[in-house]
Design a protein around this ligand. Sequence first.
Ligand SMILES: NC(=O)c1ccc[n+]([C@@H]2O[C@H](COP(=O)([O-])OP(=O)(O)OC[C@H]3O[C@@H](n4cnc5c(N)ncnc54)[C@H](OP(=O)(O)O)[C@@H]3O)[C@@H](O)[C@H]2O)c1
Length: 494
Amino acid sequence: MGPSKSPLLGVVCLVIDSATKRPGLLHAGHVIALRSKMLKLSEFRIPRLIVPPYLRPVNCGSIGIGLVGFGTVGSGVWDILERNGGLITERTKGTVRFEIRKIAVRDPGKTRSAKAPTDLFTTDWNEVVHDPAVEVVVELIGGTDTAYDLVAAALKAGKPVVTGNKALLAERGRELFALSREHDAPIHFEAAVAGGIPIIKAVQESLIGNRIESITGIINGTSNYILMRMTDAGLDYPTALKEAKDLGYAEADETLDVNGWDAAHKAILLGTLSYGFIIDSKQVYVRGIEFVRPLDIQFAKDLGYVVKLLCIVREHKDGSIEIRTQPSFIPQSHILAAVNDVFNAIAVRGDGIGDALFYGRGAGKGPTASSVVADLVEAARLLGQRSGHRGFLPYQESGVLKPIDDTETAYYVRFPVTDRPGVVAEIATILANAGIGISGTHSPVKPDQPDAEFIDMVFLLHTSPFGELKDALKQIETLDCVTDRPVVFRIETL
Ligand SMILES: NC(=O)c1ccc[n+]([C@@H]2O[C@H](COP(=O)([O-])OP(=O)(O)OC[C@H]3O[C@@H](n4cnc5c(N)ncnc54)[C@H](OP(=O)(O)O)[C@@H]3O)[C@@H](O)[C@H]2O)c1
Protein backbone atom coordinates (compact mmCIF):
# COMPACT_ATOMS: atom_id res chain seq x y z
CA MET A 1 0.00 0.00 0.00
CA GLY A 2 1.35 3.40 -0.91
CA PRO A 3 4.39 4.22 -3.03
CA SER A 4 7.73 2.60 -2.28
CA LYS A 5 10.79 4.84 -2.38
CA SER A 6 13.77 2.59 -3.16
CA PRO A 7 13.50 0.92 0.21
CA LEU A 8 16.07 -1.77 -0.43
CA LEU A 9 19.01 -0.08 -2.07
CA GLY A 10 22.18 -0.06 -0.03
CA VAL A 11 20.79 -2.31 2.69
CA VAL A 12 22.42 -5.57 3.70
CA CYS A 13 19.81 -7.92 5.10
CA LEU A 14 20.29 -11.15 6.97
CA VAL A 15 17.65 -13.78 6.39
CA ILE A 16 17.07 -17.32 7.55
CA ASP A 17 16.18 -20.08 5.16
CA SER A 18 13.13 -21.71 6.69
CA ALA A 19 14.05 -25.10 5.20
CA THR A 20 17.69 -25.29 6.35
CA LYS A 21 17.29 -22.87 9.29
CA ARG A 22 20.64 -21.38 8.20
CA PRO A 23 21.29 -17.65 7.96
CA GLY A 24 22.30 -16.05 4.70
CA LEU A 25 22.34 -12.74 2.90
CA LEU A 26 19.38 -11.28 1.10
CA HIS A 27 20.59 -11.37 -2.49
CA ALA A 28 19.88 -9.42 -5.61
CA GLY A 29 17.28 -11.89 -6.89
CA HIS A 30 15.17 -11.36 -3.80
CA VAL A 31 15.62 -7.62 -4.01
CA ILE A 32 14.56 -7.34 -7.62
CA ALA A 33 11.53 -9.54 -7.07
CA LEU A 34 10.48 -7.61 -4.01
CA ARG A 35 11.05 -4.20 -5.56
CA SER A 36 9.21 -5.02 -8.74
CA LYS A 37 6.44 -6.37 -6.49
CA MET A 38 6.51 -9.59 -8.52
CA LEU A 39 6.81 -11.40 -5.22
CA LYS A 40 5.68 -10.68 -1.71
CA LEU A 41 7.88 -11.76 1.15
CA SER A 42 5.38 -14.54 1.79
CA GLU A 43 5.66 -15.86 -1.76
CA PHE A 44 9.31 -16.78 -1.74
CA ARG A 45 9.62 -20.47 -2.31
CA ILE A 46 13.40 -21.08 -2.43
CA PRO A 47 14.42 -20.08 0.08
CA ARG A 48 11.35 -19.14 2.07
CA LEU A 49 12.28 -16.29 4.33
CA ILE A 50 11.77 -16.04 8.04
CA VAL A 51 13.37 -12.96 9.48
CA PRO A 52 13.62 -12.79 13.26
CA PRO A 53 12.31 -9.45 14.60
CA TYR A 54 15.73 -8.15 15.68
CA LEU A 55 17.28 -8.94 12.29
CA ARG A 56 14.33 -7.66 10.36
CA PRO A 57 15.54 -5.18 7.77
CA VAL A 58 13.34 -2.15 8.32
CA ASN A 59 14.00 -0.89 4.85
CA CYS A 60 13.16 -4.15 3.13
CA GLY A 61 9.83 -3.89 1.32
CA SER A 62 6.48 -3.69 3.03
CA ILE A 63 5.43 -4.71 6.51
CA GLY A 64 2.89 -7.51 6.64
CA ILE A 65 -0.26 -6.78 8.63
CA GLY A 66 -2.82 -9.37 9.68
CA LEU A 67 -6.25 -8.10 10.67
CA VAL A 68 -8.48 -10.20 12.87
CA GLY A 69 -11.80 -8.38 12.62
CA PHE A 70 -13.00 -6.33 9.69
CA GLY A 71 -16.03 -4.61 11.18
CA THR A 72 -16.35 -0.94 12.03
CA VAL A 73 -12.74 -0.42 13.09
CA GLY A 74 -11.04 -3.09 10.96
CA SER A 75 -12.56 -1.76 7.75
CA GLY A 76 -11.62 1.74 8.90
CA VAL A 77 -8.00 0.63 9.13
CA TRP A 78 -8.20 -0.70 5.59
CA ASP A 79 -9.67 2.61 4.39
CA ILE A 80 -7.00 4.73 6.07
CA LEU A 81 -4.16 2.61 4.70
CA GLU A 82 -5.72 2.76 1.22
CA ARG A 83 -6.06 6.52 1.44
CA ASN A 84 -2.98 7.52 3.42
CA GLY A 85 -0.57 4.57 3.15
CA GLY A 86 1.62 6.54 0.73
CA LEU A 87 1.60 9.54 3.05
CA ILE A 88 2.77 7.35 5.93
CA THR A 89 5.59 6.01 3.76
CA GLU A 90 6.64 9.56 2.86
CA ARG A 91 6.44 10.74 6.45
CA THR A 92 8.54 7.82 7.62
CA LYS A 93 11.12 8.48 4.90
CA GLY A 94 10.31 5.25 3.15
CA THR A 95 10.81 3.05 6.19
CA VAL A 96 7.18 2.11 6.73
CA ARG A 97 5.08 0.67 3.95
CA PHE A 98 2.16 -1.48 5.03
CA GLU A 99 0.53 -4.37 3.28
CA ILE A 100 -2.50 -6.11 4.74
CA ARG A 101 -1.79 -9.75 4.01
CA LYS A 102 -4.57 -11.65 5.75
CA ILE A 103 -7.96 -10.81 7.26
CA ALA A 104 -10.06 -12.99 9.58
CA VAL A 105 -13.81 -12.45 9.90
CA ARG A 106 -16.78 -14.50 11.03
CA ASP A 107 -18.67 -14.36 7.74
CA PRO A 108 -16.55 -13.91 4.62
CA GLY A 109 -19.69 -13.70 2.46
CA LYS A 110 -20.89 -10.50 4.11
CA THR A 111 -21.22 -7.40 1.93
CA ARG A 112 -18.66 -4.88 3.11
CA SER A 113 -18.06 -1.24 2.28
CA ALA A 114 -14.26 -1.66 2.31
CA LYS A 115 -13.25 -3.54 -0.80
CA ALA A 116 -10.50 -5.90 0.23
CA PRO A 117 -9.59 -8.74 -2.20
CA THR A 118 -11.57 -11.87 -1.35
CA ASP A 119 -8.46 -14.05 -1.30
CA LEU A 120 -7.24 -12.23 1.82
CA PHE A 121 -10.18 -13.46 3.89
CA THR A 122 -10.34 -16.45 6.20
CA THR A 123 -12.60 -17.45 9.07
CA ASP A 124 -9.73 -18.91 11.08
CA TRP A 125 -7.69 -16.41 13.11
CA ASN A 126 -4.89 -18.98 13.33
CA GLU A 127 -4.26 -18.47 9.63
CA VAL A 128 -3.63 -14.79 10.31
CA VAL A 129 -1.55 -15.15 13.42
CA HIS A 130 0.63 -17.97 12.12
CA ASP A 131 1.09 -16.71 8.57
CA PRO A 132 4.84 -16.06 8.25
CA ALA A 133 4.06 -13.07 6.04
CA VAL A 134 2.13 -11.42 8.86
CA GLU A 135 4.52 -9.46 11.04
CA VAL A 136 2.05 -7.41 13.10
CA VAL A 137 -1.29 -8.81 14.29
CA VAL A 138 -4.24 -6.44 14.76
CA GLU A 139 -7.01 -7.72 17.03
CA LEU A 140 -10.33 -6.00 16.35
CA ILE A 141 -12.99 -8.56 17.20
CA GLY A 142 -13.76 -7.50 20.78
CA GLY A 143 -14.62 -9.77 23.72
CA THR A 144 -12.24 -11.48 26.09
CA ASP A 145 -12.19 -15.15 25.06
CA THR A 146 -11.24 -15.66 21.40
CA ALA A 147 -9.52 -12.28 21.50
CA TYR A 148 -7.38 -13.52 24.39
CA ASP A 149 -6.48 -16.73 22.57
CA LEU A 150 -5.40 -14.98 19.41
CA VAL A 151 -3.49 -12.17 21.13
CA ALA A 152 -1.70 -14.71 23.34
CA ALA A 153 -0.84 -16.81 20.27
CA ALA A 154 0.53 -13.79 18.43
CA LEU A 155 2.68 -12.74 21.40
CA LYS A 156 3.98 -16.29 21.80
CA ALA A 157 4.95 -16.18 18.13
CA GLY A 158 6.94 -13.02 18.93
CA LYS A 159 4.61 -10.80 16.90
CA PRO A 160 3.61 -7.34 18.10
CA VAL A 161 -0.10 -6.88 18.64
CA VAL A 162 -2.25 -3.82 18.07
CA THR A 163 -5.65 -3.87 19.74
CA GLY A 164 -8.56 -1.57 20.54
CA ASN A 165 -9.96 -3.99 23.09
CA LYS A 166 -10.13 -2.30 26.51
CA ALA A 167 -12.15 -5.12 28.07
CA LEU A 168 -9.47 -7.64 27.09
CA LEU A 169 -6.60 -5.63 28.56
CA ALA A 170 -8.49 -4.51 31.66
CA GLU A 171 -9.68 -8.04 32.47
CA ARG A 172 -6.76 -10.13 31.24
CA GLY A 173 -3.91 -7.64 31.08
CA ARG A 174 -1.91 -9.43 33.76
CA GLU A 175 -1.54 -12.58 31.63
CA LEU A 176 -1.09 -10.73 28.35
CA PHE A 177 1.54 -8.28 29.55
CA ALA A 178 3.43 -11.22 31.08
CA LEU A 179 3.42 -12.91 27.67
CA SER A 180 4.42 -9.64 26.05
CA ARG A 181 7.43 -9.40 28.37
CA GLU A 182 8.37 -13.06 28.00
CA HIS A 183 8.25 -13.06 24.21
CA ASP A 184 9.59 -9.55 23.70
CA ALA A 185 6.53 -8.61 21.68
CA PRO A 186 4.83 -5.29 22.49
CA ILE A 187 1.10 -4.70 22.84
CA HIS A 188 -0.07 -1.37 21.42
CA PHE A 189 -3.49 -0.14 22.56
CA GLU A 190 -4.03 3.52 21.72
CA ALA A 191 -7.47 2.70 20.26
CA ALA A 192 -8.60 1.05 23.49
CA VAL A 193 -9.07 4.35 25.34
CA ALA A 194 -11.05 7.27 23.96
CA GLY A 195 -11.02 6.20 20.29
CA GLY A 196 -9.23 8.84 18.27
CA ILE A 197 -7.80 10.85 21.19
CA PRO A 198 -4.09 10.07 21.55
CA ILE A 199 -4.26 9.81 25.34
CA ILE A 200 -2.20 6.63 25.72
CA LYS A 201 0.82 8.09 23.98
CA ALA A 202 0.31 11.36 25.85
CA VAL A 203 0.43 9.66 29.25
CA GLN A 204 3.08 7.15 28.25
CA GLU A 205 5.43 9.47 26.38
CA SER A 206 4.60 13.17 26.44
CA LEU A 207 3.89 13.21 30.18
CA ILE A 208 6.56 10.69 31.19
CA GLY A 209 8.33 13.38 33.22
CA ASN A 210 5.22 14.07 35.30
CA ARG A 211 3.84 12.44 38.39
CA ILE A 212 0.22 12.04 37.39
CA GLU A 213 -1.89 13.53 40.15
CA SER A 214 -5.25 12.78 38.61
CA ILE A 215 -7.07 11.82 35.46
CA THR A 216 -10.71 12.74 35.14
CA GLY A 217 -12.52 11.60 32.08
CA ILE A 218 -15.76 11.45 30.18
CA ILE A 219 -14.82 8.38 28.20
CA ASN A 220 -18.05 6.75 27.14
CA GLY A 221 -19.71 8.61 24.28
CA THR A 222 -22.97 6.64 24.43
CA SER A 223 -23.61 7.54 28.07
CA ASN A 224 -22.58 11.10 27.44
CA TYR A 225 -25.09 11.39 24.60
CA ILE A 226 -27.90 9.88 26.70
CA LEU A 227 -27.21 12.19 29.65
CA MET A 228 -27.01 15.19 27.33
CA ARG A 229 -30.45 14.41 25.83
CA MET A 230 -31.92 13.87 29.29
CA THR A 231 -30.52 17.26 30.30
CA ASP A 232 -31.28 19.32 27.20
CA ALA A 233 -34.53 17.74 26.01
CA GLY A 234 -35.86 16.42 29.31
CA LEU A 235 -36.05 12.87 27.94
CA ASP A 236 -36.32 9.95 30.31
CA TYR A 237 -33.61 7.28 30.26
CA PRO A 238 -35.39 4.67 28.05
CA THR A 239 -36.31 7.30 25.43
CA ALA A 240 -32.80 8.77 25.33
CA LEU A 241 -31.31 5.26 25.06
CA LYS A 242 -33.61 4.40 22.16
CA GLU A 243 -32.62 7.60 20.39
CA ALA A 244 -28.93 6.78 20.87
CA LYS A 245 -29.54 3.33 19.38
CA ASP A 246 -31.51 4.70 16.42
CA LEU A 247 -28.63 7.05 15.66
CA GLY A 248 -26.09 4.21 15.84
CA TYR A 249 -24.43 5.66 18.95
CA ALA A 250 -25.22 2.62 21.09
CA GLU A 251 -24.49 -1.02 20.38
CA ALA A 252 -27.36 -3.49 19.87
CA ASP A 253 -26.33 -4.70 23.33
CA GLU A 254 -25.71 -1.48 25.18
CA THR A 255 -24.97 -3.11 28.55
CA LEU A 256 -21.28 -2.25 28.93
CA ASP A 257 -21.84 1.32 27.78
CA VAL A 258 -24.63 2.19 30.19
CA ASN A 259 -23.59 0.09 33.19
CA GLY A 260 -20.31 2.01 33.39
CA TRP A 261 -17.98 -0.89 32.62
CA ASP A 262 -16.82 0.31 29.22
CA ALA A 263 -15.64 3.54 30.84
CA ALA A 264 -14.26 1.66 33.84
CA HIS A 265 -12.15 -0.61 31.61
CA LYS A 266 -10.61 2.48 30.04
CA ALA A 267 -10.01 4.06 33.46
CA ILE A 268 -8.28 0.85 34.56
CA LEU A 269 -5.90 1.10 31.59
CA LEU A 270 -5.20 4.77 32.31
CA GLY A 271 -4.52 3.86 35.94
CA THR A 272 -2.11 1.09 34.93
CA LEU A 273 -0.30 3.44 32.55
CA SER A 274 -0.07 6.20 35.15
CA TYR A 275 0.87 4.18 38.21
CA GLY A 276 2.54 1.17 36.66
CA PHE A 277 0.67 -1.75 38.21
CA ILE A 278 -2.08 -4.02 36.96
CA ILE A 279 -5.38 -2.93 38.51
CA ASP A 280 -7.77 -5.66 39.58
CA SER A 281 -11.12 -4.81 37.99
CA LYS A 282 -12.94 -6.51 40.86
CA GLN A 283 -11.69 -3.81 43.22
CA VAL A 284 -12.93 -0.93 41.08
CA TYR A 285 -16.14 0.88 42.03
CA VAL A 286 -18.44 1.15 39.02
CA ARG A 287 -21.96 2.55 38.66
CA GLY A 288 -23.77 3.18 35.40
CA ILE A 289 -26.33 5.69 34.22
CA GLU A 290 -29.36 3.37 34.22
CA PHE A 291 -30.61 4.72 37.54
CA VAL A 292 -30.39 8.41 36.56
CA ARG A 293 -33.87 9.96 36.57
CA PRO A 294 -35.03 13.21 34.93
CA LEU A 295 -35.85 14.44 38.42
CA ASP A 296 -32.19 14.30 39.49
CA ILE A 297 -31.09 15.92 36.25
CA GLN A 298 -33.55 18.75 36.93
CA PHE A 299 -32.40 19.15 40.55
CA ALA A 300 -28.80 19.24 39.31
CA LYS A 301 -29.70 22.03 36.89
CA ASP A 302 -31.52 23.98 39.59
CA LEU A 303 -28.45 23.72 41.80
CA GLY A 304 -25.94 24.78 39.11
CA TYR A 305 -24.61 21.32 38.23
CA VAL A 306 -24.70 18.93 35.31
CA VAL A 307 -24.69 15.10 35.51
CA LYS A 308 -21.82 13.34 33.70
CA LEU A 309 -20.59 9.74 33.75
CA LEU A 310 -17.17 10.43 35.18
CA CYS A 311 -14.07 8.30 35.62
CA ILE A 312 -11.70 9.40 38.33
CA VAL A 313 -8.17 8.09 38.72
CA ARG A 314 -6.23 9.87 41.43
CA GLU A 315 -3.13 9.39 43.53
CA HIS A 316 -3.40 10.24 47.23
CA LYS A 317 -0.62 11.52 49.46
CA ASP A 318 -0.30 8.10 51.12
CA GLY A 319 0.41 6.61 47.68
CA SER A 320 -2.95 4.85 47.38
CA ILE A 321 -4.83 5.11 44.10
CA GLU A 322 -8.48 6.05 43.93
CA ILE A 323 -10.24 4.70 40.86
CA ARG A 324 -13.97 4.83 40.29
CA THR A 325 -16.63 5.38 37.63
CA GLN A 326 -20.11 6.77 38.31
CA PRO A 327 -22.55 9.48 37.25
CA SER A 328 -21.54 12.58 39.20
CA PHE A 329 -22.54 16.20 39.59
CA ILE A 330 -20.00 18.64 38.21
CA PRO A 331 -20.36 22.43 38.22
CA GLN A 332 -21.96 23.84 35.07
CA SER A 333 -18.98 26.18 34.80
CA HIS A 334 -16.41 23.35 34.62
CA ILE A 335 -14.91 22.71 31.21
CA LEU A 336 -16.01 19.05 31.28
CA ALA A 337 -19.63 20.19 31.61
CA ALA A 338 -19.40 21.47 28.03
CA VAL A 339 -18.44 18.04 26.63
CA ASN A 340 -21.55 16.97 24.77
CA ASP A 341 -22.86 14.49 22.20
CA VAL A 342 -20.66 11.43 21.80
CA PHE A 343 -17.48 13.37 22.46
CA ASN A 344 -14.93 12.31 25.04
CA ALA A 345 -12.64 14.46 27.14
CA ILE A 346 -9.88 13.58 29.54
CA ALA A 347 -8.43 16.07 31.99
CA VAL A 348 -4.96 15.16 33.20
CA ARG A 349 -3.25 16.88 36.10
CA GLY A 350 0.51 16.36 36.30
CA ASP A 351 3.00 17.88 38.72
CA GLY A 352 4.91 19.43 35.82
CA ILE A 353 2.34 20.23 33.17
CA GLY A 354 -0.45 21.29 35.55
CA ASP A 355 -3.83 20.80 33.91
CA ALA A 356 -4.17 19.51 30.36
CA LEU A 357 -7.33 18.60 28.51
CA PHE A 358 -7.66 16.07 25.68
CA TYR A 359 -10.89 16.28 23.70
CA GLY A 360 -12.21 14.53 20.63
CA ARG A 361 -14.18 11.65 19.20
CA GLY A 362 -14.00 8.67 21.51
CA ALA A 363 -15.38 6.11 19.08
CA GLY A 364 -16.39 5.50 15.47
CA LYS A 365 -14.73 4.06 12.42
CA GLY A 366 -12.38 6.88 11.40
CA PRO A 367 -11.23 8.09 14.84
CA THR A 368 -10.61 4.60 16.21
CA ALA A 369 -8.89 3.38 13.05
CA SER A 370 -6.71 6.50 13.17
CA SER A 371 -5.36 5.33 16.54
CA VAL A 372 -4.89 1.76 15.29
CA VAL A 373 -2.86 3.03 12.33
CA ALA A 374 -0.71 5.19 14.62
CA ASP A 375 0.02 2.07 16.66
CA LEU A 376 0.85 0.16 13.48
CA VAL A 377 3.47 2.75 12.61
CA GLU A 378 4.92 2.52 16.10
CA ALA A 379 4.94 -1.27 15.91
CA ALA A 380 6.65 -1.09 12.52
CA ARG A 381 9.32 1.26 13.83
CA LEU A 382 10.04 -1.02 16.78
CA LEU A 383 10.25 -4.11 14.56
CA GLY A 384 13.72 -3.17 13.44
CA GLN A 385 15.08 -2.45 16.90
CA ARG A 386 17.02 -5.15 18.59
CA SER A 387 17.53 -4.58 22.27
CA GLY A 388 14.80 -5.17 24.79
CA HIS A 389 11.07 -4.66 24.94
CA ARG A 390 10.15 -1.20 23.62
CA GLY A 391 6.41 -1.20 24.24
CA PHE A 392 4.49 -0.58 27.46
CA LEU A 393 4.93 -3.00 30.35
CA PRO A 394 3.64 -2.59 33.89
CA TYR A 395 6.64 -1.49 35.95
CA GLN A 396 5.36 -2.07 39.48
CA GLU A 397 4.64 -5.48 40.96
CA SER A 398 1.59 -4.15 42.78
CA GLY A 399 -0.02 -1.04 44.19
CA VAL A 400 -2.64 -0.06 46.72
CA LEU A 401 -6.15 0.92 45.70
CA LYS A 402 -8.00 3.21 48.08
CA PRO A 403 -11.08 1.40 49.39
CA ILE A 404 -14.20 3.08 48.04
CA ASP A 405 -15.52 3.62 51.58
CA ASP A 406 -12.47 5.80 52.33
CA THR A 407 -12.91 8.05 49.29
CA GLU A 408 -14.33 11.48 50.04
CA THR A 409 -16.51 13.94 48.15
CA ALA A 410 -19.48 16.14 48.83
CA TYR A 411 -22.85 14.54 48.00
CA TYR A 412 -26.30 15.13 46.63
CA VAL A 413 -28.79 12.77 48.27
CA ARG A 414 -32.46 12.61 47.28
CA PHE A 415 -34.77 11.00 49.80
CA PRO A 416 -38.22 9.87 48.61
CA VAL A 417 -40.32 10.86 51.63
CA THR A 418 -43.81 11.31 53.04
CA ASP A 419 -44.60 14.99 53.47
CA ARG A 420 -45.18 15.36 57.20
CA PRO A 421 -43.79 17.63 59.91
CA GLY A 422 -40.38 16.59 61.24
CA VAL A 423 -39.09 14.79 58.13
CA VAL A 424 -36.16 17.12 57.59
CA ALA A 425 -35.26 17.10 61.28
CA GLU A 426 -35.29 13.29 61.53
CA ILE A 427 -32.96 12.89 58.56
CA ALA A 428 -30.75 15.75 59.69
CA THR A 429 -30.37 14.26 63.17
CA ILE A 430 -28.99 10.98 61.85
CA LEU A 431 -26.61 12.82 59.53
CA ALA A 432 -25.46 15.06 62.40
CA ASN A 433 -24.87 12.05 64.65
CA ALA A 434 -22.70 10.57 61.89
CA GLY A 435 -20.69 13.80 61.74
CA ILE A 436 -21.88 14.63 58.22
CA GLY A 437 -22.51 18.32 57.67
CA ILE A 438 -25.42 19.63 55.60
CA SER A 439 -24.66 22.45 53.19
CA GLY A 440 -28.21 22.85 51.89
CA THR A 441 -31.65 21.32 51.41
CA HIS A 442 -33.93 21.54 48.44
CA SER A 443 -37.42 20.44 47.42
CA PRO A 444 -39.43 21.24 44.32
CA VAL A 445 -41.86 23.69 45.89
CA LYS A 446 -43.60 25.92 43.37
CA PRO A 447 -43.53 29.59 44.40
CA ASP A 448 -47.30 29.91 43.97
CA GLN A 449 -48.08 26.64 45.85
CA PRO A 450 -46.15 26.80 49.12
CA ASP A 451 -48.37 24.18 50.77
CA ALA A 452 -48.25 21.62 47.95
CA GLU A 453 -47.20 18.14 49.07
CA PHE A 454 -43.63 17.19 48.31
CA ILE A 455 -42.42 13.62 47.85
CA ASP A 456 -38.69 14.18 47.42
CA MET A 457 -36.33 15.94 49.75
CA VAL A 458 -32.81 16.75 48.59
CA PHE A 459 -29.86 17.21 50.94
CA LEU A 460 -26.51 18.60 49.86
CA LEU A 461 -23.84 17.21 52.13
CA HIS A 462 -20.37 18.37 53.03
CA THR A 463 -17.37 16.25 52.12
CA SER A 464 -17.19 13.01 54.07
CA PRO A 465 -15.96 9.44 53.57
CA PHE A 466 -18.34 7.39 51.44
CA GLY A 467 -18.42 4.61 54.04
CA GLU A 468 -19.73 6.99 56.72
CA LEU A 469 -22.44 8.25 54.38
CA LYS A 470 -23.49 4.66 53.56
CA ASP A 471 -23.82 3.83 57.27
CA ALA A 472 -25.92 6.92 57.90
CA LEU A 473 -28.15 6.17 54.90
CA LYS A 474 -28.81 2.65 56.20
CA GLN A 475 -30.22 4.17 59.36
CA ILE A 476 -32.20 6.81 57.47
CA GLU A 477 -33.82 4.13 55.31
CA THR A 478 -35.42 2.69 58.45
CA LEU A 479 -37.33 5.93 59.14
CA ASP A 480 -41.05 5.53 58.43
CA CYS A 481 -41.11 8.86 56.56
CA VAL A 482 -38.58 7.57 53.99
CA THR A 483 -40.53 5.70 51.32
CA ASP A 484 -37.75 4.36 49.07
CA ARG A 485 -33.98 3.99 48.88
CA PRO A 486 -32.11 7.30 48.83
CA VAL A 487 -30.49 8.30 45.52
CA VAL A 488 -26.86 9.43 45.86
CA PHE A 489 -24.68 11.40 43.45
CA ARG A 490 -21.20 12.55 44.29
CA ILE A 491 -20.49 16.25 43.82
CA GLU A 492 -17.02 16.45 42.30
CA THR A 493 -14.86 19.47 42.88
CA LEU A 494 -12.27 18.41 40.24
N1 LIG B 1 -16.48 0.75 17.14
C1 LIG B 1 -15.84 1.67 17.84
O1 LIG B 1 -16.12 2.87 17.74
C2 LIG B 1 -14.72 1.28 18.76
C3 LIG B 1 -14.02 2.27 19.46
C4 LIG B 1 -12.95 1.93 20.28
C5 LIG B 1 -12.61 0.61 20.41
N2 LIG B 1 -13.33 -0.35 19.75
C6 LIG B 1 -12.95 -1.74 19.95
O2 LIG B 1 -12.52 -2.29 18.72
C7 LIG B 1 -12.88 -3.66 18.65
C8 LIG B 1 -13.68 -3.90 17.38
O3 LIG B 1 -14.85 -3.12 17.41
P1 LIG B 1 -15.80 -2.96 16.12
O4 LIG B 1 -16.76 -1.89 16.46
O5 LIG B 1 -14.99 -2.83 14.89
O6 LIG B 1 -16.55 -4.36 16.13
P2 LIG B 1 -17.50 -4.94 14.97
O7 LIG B 1 -17.94 -3.89 14.04
O8 LIG B 1 -18.54 -5.75 15.66
O9 LIG B 1 -16.53 -5.93 14.17
C9 LIG B 1 -16.07 -7.12 14.71
C10 LIG B 1 -15.33 -7.88 13.60
O10 LIG B 1 -14.76 -9.04 14.16
C11 LIG B 1 -15.12 -10.17 13.36
N3 LIG B 1 -15.16 -11.33 14.26
C12 LIG B 1 -15.90 -11.50 15.37
N4 LIG B 1 -15.62 -12.68 15.95
C13 LIG B 1 -14.67 -13.27 15.19
C14 LIG B 1 -13.96 -14.49 15.25
N5 LIG B 1 -14.17 -15.36 16.25
N6 LIG B 1 -13.05 -14.77 14.29
C15 LIG B 1 -12.82 -13.89 13.28
N7 LIG B 1 -13.46 -12.69 13.16
C16 LIG B 1 -14.37 -12.40 14.11
C17 LIG B 1 -16.45 -9.83 12.75
O11 LIG B 1 -16.65 -10.59 11.57
P3 LIG B 1 -17.92 -10.34 10.61
O12 LIG B 1 -17.65 -9.00 9.96
O13 LIG B 1 -17.89 -11.43 9.65
O14 LIG B 1 -19.11 -10.31 11.50
C18 LIG B 1 -16.23 -8.33 12.45
O15 LIG B 1 -15.54 -8.17 11.24
C19 LIG B 1 -13.61 -3.96 19.96
O16 LIG B 1 -12.70 -4.47 20.90
C20 LIG B 1 -14.10 -2.60 20.41
O17 LIG B 1 -14.26 -2.51 21.82
C21 LIG B 1 -14.35 -0.04 18.93
